[in-house]
Design a protein around this ligand. Structure first.
Ligand code: FAD
Ligand code: SF4
Length: 470
């Protein structure tokens, strides 16, 4: 084996300057150069029993692809990754590696783990630049419908198409990609990367039908009657949650889903946008996950003077990826921890009902919190501190409190069982639902989760569908 790089730290990821990037939608992380990648690959010990692989939800053969980088065989590295993952350029950018593969890497015991995600991204980007495309396989004569074009639907469609199935993806929105295009912002995941993945699937023969809402335009039973022999539901969890506090109907209050979709997909930052968005002033984002970080950093880029994240627990409990929190701080996002809104306050002019400012948000009434006893998940429960009510001025309020699966498909599909939280019930490891020939996976089953787990579910279901039909 070639010499190991003993540096305890990861080779740093080159980033755009914080002040400049806070006002631009350009990708923040620039990506490894060839020499950065060679340096980082040389930190891998090529372990005989690699713990990192057990931490990857789709079991990518991590030491094997890193060994290929060391040999300078980038196409070989790409082939190794592609055996288990169909979206490496996406996963290399957005997977929470720090809680998955990298959390198990032995190099993490006495320093930082190998930058597995950074290397995965490097391989995918280098491969993309080489323009080689998969070949269309021979058809096997079977037809499958996929509902939703997020990572779960795309993965299921890709695996089935590679096995020769004629696959049609039905997508409610006008652009395929799911959260990868309408949720995660351009500065973390450029849309050209998702478009390329979709083009690769088209090259494999996958047919995309956009503006098709299953449950409205067509039902699942109609798809089955129309000759689709199996249906995969990858419709995600797009229904936003609110707090149920007074003032949520005021103008200037958005769900993070709406705010990010308007910005990412509907280009609301343009002056000529058909669906404009409130851009300036003071923005308050409620929540502490990745979605809250994305909404806050988007607000800065849209021109907000001040952006504050309000989170009811302490910094330690923030569910967002550490890296995203650091990037948000560097860009100037402020944080108010142990703080919870109890009401959203609006402007009313009692003397003039036609005053154009009537009904717009002016701020939040909040209460300070302290951490009490742990809840059922072991996280200390936030408890209000009596007498600590105070107001925070805001022109825009964004609720980033999580999402649940949309009930539309359930309500229009007889025999499809869902759980108490709206997730479709499936058999473990296959994605089989309670309805014959219908499979499901991703956020539609688990509720809001991760790209890689949605992909893993799409993969497992593709395998089960092939086993049923071939
Ligand atoms: P989705 O990506 O939600 O795709 C579902 C698709 O189905 C959508 O295109 C939707 O329009 C379509 N659809 C819905 N209903 C219908 C219907 N009736 N008919 C036809 N089509 C329908 N995960 C990470 O791993 N890392 C991150 O950094 C990260 N950041 C995130 C940031 C944001 C802002 C958000 C919202 C999520 C983030 N996630 C992240 C979570 C991750 O994106 C999701 O877990 C993942 O996209 C789920 O994939 P999916 O395919 O199940 O669903
Ligand atoms: Fe390389 Fe770390 Fe995996 Fe070992 S655990 S093979 S050092 S990435």
């Amino acid at each position: 084996m070639a010499k190991v790089n003993t540096d305890p730290k990861k080779t740093p990821m080159p980033l755009l300057d914080a002040a400049a990037r806070a006002r631009s939608f350009d990708e923040v992380a620039v990506g490894y150069s060839d020499s950065d990648a060679a340096n980082e690959a040389a930190r891998c010990l090529n372990c005989k029993n690699p713990a990192c692989v057990g931490g990857c939800p789709v079991g990518i053969k991590i030491p094997d692809f890193i060994a290929k980088i060391r040999e300078g065989d980038i196409d070989g590295a790409y082939r190794v990754i592609s055996m288990d993952s169909s979206l490496p350029a996406v996963c290399g950018r957005v997977c929470p590696q720090e809680t998955q593969c990298e959390s198990r890497c032995v190099r993490g015991i006495k320093g930082e783990p190998v930058g597995i995600g950074r290397l995965e991204r490097y391989v995918a980007d280098r491969h993309a630049a080489s323009e080689s495309r998969a070949e269309r396989p021979a058809p096997n004569g079977h037809r499958v419908a996929v509902i939703g074009s997020g990572p779960s639907g795309l993965t299921c469609a890709g695996d089935l198409a590679k096995a020769g199935f004629a696959v049609t993806v039905f997508e409610a929105l006008h652009t395929p990609g799911g959260v990868l295009v309408y949720g995660i912002p351009e500065f973390r995941l450029p849309k050209s990367i998702v478009a390329r993945e979709v083009d690769d699937l088209r090259a494999l023969g996958v047919n995309f039908m956009t503006n098709m809402i299953i449950g409205k335009t067509l039902t699942i039973d109609e798809l089955l009657d129309d000759g689709y022999e199996a249906v995969y539901i990858g419709s995600g969890a797009g229904l936003p949650m609110f707090m149920g506090i007074p003032g949520e109907g005021l103008k200037g209050v958005y769900s993070a889903n709406e705010y990010l979709t308007r910005s990412n997909l509907m280009k609301a930052y343009r002056d000529d946008s058909a669906t404009p968005i409130m851009k300036g002033g003071s923005v308050a984002v409620i929540g502490g996950g990745n979605v809250a970080m994305d909404a806050a950093r988007t607000a800065l880029r849209l021109g907000a003077e001040k952006v504050t994240i309000i989170y009811r627990r302490s910094e330690k409990e923030l569910p967002a990826r550490r890296e995203e929190v650091e990037h948000a701080k560097e860009e100037g996002v402020e944080f108010r921890f142990l703080c919870n809104p109890t009401e959203i306050i609006g402007y009313t002019n009692p003397d003039d009902r036609r005053d154009p400012k009537n009904g717009f948000v002016t701020g939040l009434r909040c209460i300070r919190m302290e951490l009490g006893e742990p809840d059922e998940r072991g996280r200390r429960r936030p408890v209000p501190v009596a007498g600590s009510e105070h107001e925070i001025p805001a022109d825009t309020v964004i609720m980033a409190l999580g999402t649940t699966p949309n009930p539309l498909i359930k309500s229009t599909t007889a025999g499809l069982e869902v759980g108490a939280r709206g997730g479709i019930i499936v058999a473990d490891g296959t994605g089989k639902t309670s309805k014959a020939h219908v499979y499901a996976g991703g956020d539609a089953v688990t509720g809001a989760a991760t790209v890689i787990s949605a992909m893993g579910a799409g993969k497992a279901a593709a395998k089960a569908i092939a086993a049923e039909l071939l």
